[in-house]
Design a binder for this molecule. Structure first.
Ligand code: ADP
Ligand code: MG
Length: 255
């Protein structure tokens, strides 16, 4: 093809916002000619490439917007270390139907047992399935809510949260909250009831959530909504971190 034609084509692809096609058409055209492909086959390959790049960029963007603290996934999770956690059940949740059905998920158990790891795996699975996810620790979420309220931008922030398909609230129960903070968090959770999924991780069993929500009435109202349609996993046992460091110590001693 003449240089001027190629330059024009590149400019048109740019204008049409088809960057991958602009980058790849020369190479694909050469490949197509070498393989005796028809023009339609060449065009199909070119458009497939653009669509695949777009889909992959969209997943990367959704994962970035979710703000996961770590990008741990199921490939590095050792299910044999947590036998009470059903691997098939977790992998079923990774198919994300529960999010489409507006179910919730609670991971409850002691520290270091992999709750954040599983939450981030489920969150990334949702991003790959085309869903919008936002990860907060409970402390971050409450302080953000308080800040937005002070700046009179709470409604705008709440409507941003509304657009998210899965809200992850990690480490509920680790810190005490002000009365105002509790009320704001309650409002977020209650607002999502049957409209959007929440994934909560907590070191406290439900029976101790009165401490978090400071009062029986609010706790009962919240648990009632949260647990109505909810997958609950207990993850208790020895801390994985602790176990790994003990193993490392033992093997150093044995050397
Ligand atoms: P929690 O949120 O329950 O306190 P984390 O998910 O932060 O625990 O886990 C603590 C550390 O141990 C993380 O680095 C995590 O990746 C790792 N971990 C925990 N459980 C497992 C497991 N079963 N297999 C592999 N890594 C694990
Ligand atoms: Mg954690």
């Amino acid at each position: 093809m003449a240089d001027a034609t190629i330059d024009l084509l590149k400019a048109h692809f740019r204008q049409l916002r088809l960057p991958t096609m602009g980058k790849e058409f020369e190479k694909l055209a050469r490949d197509a000619a070498a393989a005796n492909q028809t023009f339609a086959q060449f065009l199909l390959r070119l458009t497939e490439l653009e669509l695949a790049t777009r889909a992959s960029n969209a997943v990367t963007m959704r994962i970035k917007n979710a703000a996961f603290p770590v990008l741990k996934d199921f490939d590095t999770f050792d299910f044999s270390a947590m036998p009470q956690l059903s691997k098939p059940k977790i992998l079923e949740l990774a198919r994300c139907e529960w999010i489409e059905q507006k179910y919730n998920c609670c991971l409850v158990g002691s520290s270091g047992t992999g709750k954040t790891h599983i939450a981030s795996g489920l969150g990334q699975a949702a991003c790959r399935a085309g869903l919008r996810v936002r990860f907060f620790t409970a402390a971050e979420l409450v302080s953000r809510l308080e800040k937005e309220q002070k700046q009179y931008t709470l409604d705008r922030f709440l409507s941003q949260l509304d657009r998210v398909h899965l809200l992850i609230c990690d480490e509920l129960g680790y810190m005490t909250m002000s009365r105002g903070g509790v009320e704001l968090l309650f409002r977020v959770f209650a607002d999502r009831y049957e409209r959007g999924s929440i994934l909560i991780t907590s070191n406290l069993p439900f029976s101790d959530w009165v401490q978090i929500f400071q009062g029986e009435r609010m706790t009962a109202a919240l648990l009632d909504r949260l647990c109505h349609r909810c997958h609950i996993f207990e993850m208790n046992g020895e801390s994985y971190r602790f176990r790994e460091s003990m193993k490392a110590k033992k093997s150093r001693k044995a050397e």
